[in-house]
Design a protein around this ligand. Structure first.
Ligand code: AMP
Ligand code: MN
Ligand code: MN
Ligand code: MN
Length: 282
């Protein structure tokens, strides 16, 4: 049991450097306004927002935890591994992320071709207009363009009809291996946390294998309370954290005011019988 569970820690969100819409310093202010005490920016496969986020957060009196959300492939599906308290200048982590970002450009071109065949034109250029960082084109940017064009009503609609895994506009990618993602994070001095496990479409047997393997590779935590989980899933993954001896993390996964279901810092606290991933960072 830990006293630190009650801290308002939000250890997962995105800025314009990946697929969020706010600048890092604006996010820091919004986190502070929402009562966040310990905050991490975890852009997808990118570290270049961390300097701005860190100085803004510290000026506002928050504890800043440098973070990243690494895209990995495990059993033919994408899993996300959040690295917390990493050294943003670590060469191995930077090289690994460079490799992942390079793969995104080609994939975006292919995605645009598929969408074109489905009658949606100019989506590469359209997505690029939404990208704060042209080196990090994401399905989220395509989704914003499709909503703008009236092809879909909502972002969710875009993923359901076009861009979700296995849908007609989806392009399969091989990101990093889970082993590499965890290893880069550990080498950069960080703690590896499996992001939003409730979002993956694995069988129960595969989930067991994923948790075992992640633990064996040195993964220390899983997200329990996240904007991507339902309250039932908060309970389910609290149980998994205890069963496997994982530290528990909490994060909004906030991307944009008009899109995200949960705002920065506004999730329920972690259950008192969980050990928070931040227990020794206070
Ligand atoms: P990418 O890394 O380019 O494959 O894009 C993945 C991003 O798309 C995630 O980080 C989410 O922000 C967003 N995303 C994935 N699935 C959905 C969904 N069903 N609804 C809304 N956004 C989603
Ligand atoms: Mn995202
Ligand atoms: Mn994610
Ligand atoms: Mn995320």
């Amino acid at each position: 049991m830990s006293q630190t569970n009650q801290i308002n820690a939000d250890l997962h969100c995105h800025s314009r450097i990946s697929d969020g819409v706010l600048e890092p310093a604006v996010l820091a202010q919004r986190a502070r306004d929402n009562g966040v005490q310990m905050w991490s920016l975890t852009d997808h496969d990118e570290l270049s927002g961390l300097a701005e986020a860190g100085s803004a957060a510290r000026a506002l009196g928050m504890t800043f935890i440098p973070g990243v959300e690494v895209s990995a492939t495990w059993a033919k599906q994408t899993v996300h591994v959040v690295g917390l308290n990493i050294d943003p200048d670590h060469p191995v982590l930077n090289q690994g992320l460079n490799g992942i970002r390079a793969g995104r450009i080609e994939r975006a071109r292919e995605m645009a071709q598929r969408l074109e065949a489905l009658g949606i034109e100019n989506s590469y250029e359209g997505a690029l207009r939404y990208a704060g960082n042209p080196g990090l084109l994401s399905r989220t940017h395509f989704a914003r363009y499709l909503v703008e064009q009236g092809a879909c009503k909502t972002m969710q609609d875009v993923f359901n009809r076009y861009l979700g895994d296995g849908k007609p506009g989806y392009v399969r990618v091989h990101w990093s291996s889970l082993a590499d993602a965890v290893s880069w994070i550990i080498q950069a001095g960080g703690r590896a946390v499996l992001a939003h496990p409730g979002r993956y479409l694995y069988t129960p047997v595969q989930f067991g294998a994923l948790f075992d393997e992640f633990k064996q590779l040195g993964g220390e935590g899983i997200e329990v309370v996240t904007g991507s989980h339902s309250p039932d899933q908060y309970r389910e993954y609290a149980g998994i954290a205890k069963r496997y001896g994982f530290l528990a993390s909490r994060g909004s996964d906030f991307h944009a005011p008009a899109e995200s279901r949960i705002d920065l810092g506004s999730m329920p606290p972690l259950a008192v019988d969980l050990k928070p991933v931040w227990h020794d960072w206070v």
